[in-house]
Design a protein around this ligand. Structure first.
Ligand SMILES: Nc1ncnc2c1ncn2[C@@H]1O[C@H](COP(=O)(O)OP(=O)(O)OP(=O)(O)O)[C@@H](O)[C@H]1O
Ligand SMILES: [Mg+2]
Length: 509
């Protein structure tokens, strides 16, 4: 049988002795949705970047529709019918959607870009596959879920027969995920082939036909989804069983550590956060649920002092920090895991040692007699790398080369190691593999049981429900519900997240 994609014995190494992929095989049938799974750093993204012509393998063979191919650039891969949607989108913000789609393959009229033809073409592809976009919208005005659709349309415009998606749902709301899967099924019905990288087992079970599992750059399993189970796939990925249930708090909550009073944060047009009050106490995890874009990020940034308030007050560990700098707030006792681990969370060209020292560098033990101790920084980095199972060549490696999930672990490790009374954790397990979710959840509950207060902001309802004692729901900048987690169900939270409207079964994911 001729496979649509056949990769044989693909090996890719990087300087420093890192073997990203070690003689990996991947076979994908025409018209199937094939899930590629594995722990952080297993070699998934690199393998797919090779198939998309971004990297050249050290050795190995690639066949597309039975024909051997050697790609020197992404353009070669596109010519062979391979399109990839990367995790970070590659679009021009100042151009409209249609101009981005046709970039470098423009329809022309009298030698000039024929914008009307481009708009018509984009509208046609969008309609055919249910990819709702406005071809005339400016890319900078378009939300992230729509940008992803633009990238898919761009690949289809170039006639991609094989579409690779690298963790597409990490940035999507449940509703958007559901409609992405509808699109994937339509593409499949049209005879296209999809390769999907995801860490979410529920998604793999819902949408894929077959699964290839990698571990440490090697093949460990090739399964038919319908004949497998989440537990079996997890065992292949991690070599063990994973239990994501978390223990309830050992102690009753103590005194308030974070007090937010009538907080209002201006936004574009209307307030991003509107008159919000709540507190988080010692030994308590308070979760904020909500559809992305309802003020959660602005709330966290305002508490951290990264965004101006128009009203309200913030107290951290009893200290009024309303008008204080970020540094003063950190000294008062706050740590922060930001949603944006690339921009805000880390410095890509700096080493793990330097990244892990950030926010620790003005205190003992890293500070010794007023000077930063390099030896202590290294010791600190090595300990955290080990504790959090970060897959990295050495503590001197630049974090920009880490896989997505491993970079996330660096940020989480650094912030937890502050042992501050208060932690703001935004999407702490986004892009993290299931085994590491278990260990990050364990670190968070230990932090709580040692008396720490955590404000948890997460798009994963299951994460919010398993970790939090109390759940607040944000909708359009306001807290529309405040309930103990014992009373929360996904359906109830979903209803509040939609702004009290009754959620119909069709809307539920
Ligand atoms: N440019 C690079 N230089 C050095 N090492 C690299 C580079 N790019 C990737 N690596 C390493 O290759 C390995 C595989 O990375 P890859 O991005 O494929 O992992 P992944 O399976 O996609 O993980 P994740 O689930 O975290 O995204 C990792 O150990 C990573 O650190
Ligand atoms: Mg990856």
């Amino acid at each position: 049988m001729v496979h649509e994609v056949e990769m044989r014995a693909i090996t890719k190494t990087f300087p420093g002795g890192i073997i990203a992929d070690d003689r990996v095989d991947l076979t994908v049938n025409k018209g199937e949705i094939h899930a590629l799974m594995g722990e952080n750093g297993a070699g998934k993204s690199i393998l797919m970047s090779i198939l998309a012509g971004v990297y050249k393998p050290d050795s190995g063979v690639i066949k597309v529709s039975g024909k051997e191919r050697k790609f020197s650039s992404p353009l070669d891969a596109i010519d062979a019918g391979i399109g990839m949607v990367f995790q970070s989108f590659k679009l021009f913000p100042s151009l409209i959607v249609a101009e981005n789609v046709v970039f470098r393959a423009e329809p022309t009229k009298h030698g000039l870009l024929d914008t009307e033809a481009a708009v018509a073409k984009v509208a046609e592809i969008a309609k055919r596959y249910g990819l709702h976009v406005d071809p005339r919208a400016k890319v900078s005005d378009v939300p992230v879920g729509v940008l992803q659709r633009v990238e898919i349309i761009k690949a289809l415009y170039r006639n991609a027969q094989v579409l690779i998606l690298d963790e597409p749902t990490a940035v999507l709301t449940p509703q958007e995920t559901k409609s992405l899967f509808e699109v994937l099924r339509t593409l499949k019905a049209d005879g296209r082939t999809i390769i999907l990288i995801t860490h979410k087992l529920s998604e793999v079970m819902a949408v894929s036909d077959r699964v290839t599992v990698l571990r440490d750059g090697r093949n460990v399993a090739e399964l038919i989804t319908a004949e497998s189970s989440p537990a079996e796939i997890t065992r292949h990925m991690t070599g063990r069983d994973v239990d994501l249930t978390t223990p309830s708090p050992k102690n009753a909550p103590g005194k308030p550590v974070l007090e937010v009073n009538e907080l209002t944060v201006p936004g574009l047009g209307k307030n991003a956060v509107n008159n919000v009050s709540f507190s988080v106490r010692e030994g308590e995890i308070v979760g904020i649920a909500g559809v992305a874009g309802n003020g959660q990020v602005e709330l966290a940034e305002a508490i951290m002092g990264m965004r101006p308030l128009s009203n309200g007050a913030v107290k951290i560990a009893g200290v009024d920090c309303t008008n204080q700098t970020i540094a003063t707030r950190r000294d008062a006792g706050i740590a922060y895991i930001p949603e944006d681990r690339h921009g805000v969370g880390s410095a890509g060209t700096a080493s793990a040692t330097d990244n892990l020292a950030l926010s620790h560098h003005r205190r003992t033990p890293l500070l010794q007699n007023g000077l930063l101790s390099r030896a202590r920084m290294v010791e600190h980095a090595q300990r955290l790398i080990k504790q959090f199972g970060v897959k990295i060549a050495s503590h001197e490696t630049a974090v920009g080369t880490l896989s997505g999930g491993n970079l996330q672990k660096i940020v989480v490790a650094r912030e937890l190691a502050n042992h501050t009374p208060l932690l703001i954790a935004e999407q702490p397990t986004r892009g993290v593999d299931i085994g590491s979710i278990e260990s990050i959840h364990r670190e968070l509950t230990e932090y709580r049981d040692n008396g720490g207060a955590i404000l948890l902001i997460s798009a994963e309802l299951s994460e919010i429900m398993s970790l939090s004692s109390r759940i607040l729901v944000m909708f359009e900048g306001e807290i529309v519900a405040d309930l103990p987690s014992t009373e929360a169900t996904e359906a109830l939270l979903g209803m509040h997240m939609a702004g009290h409207k009754t959620v119909t079964d069709a809307e539920r994911v």
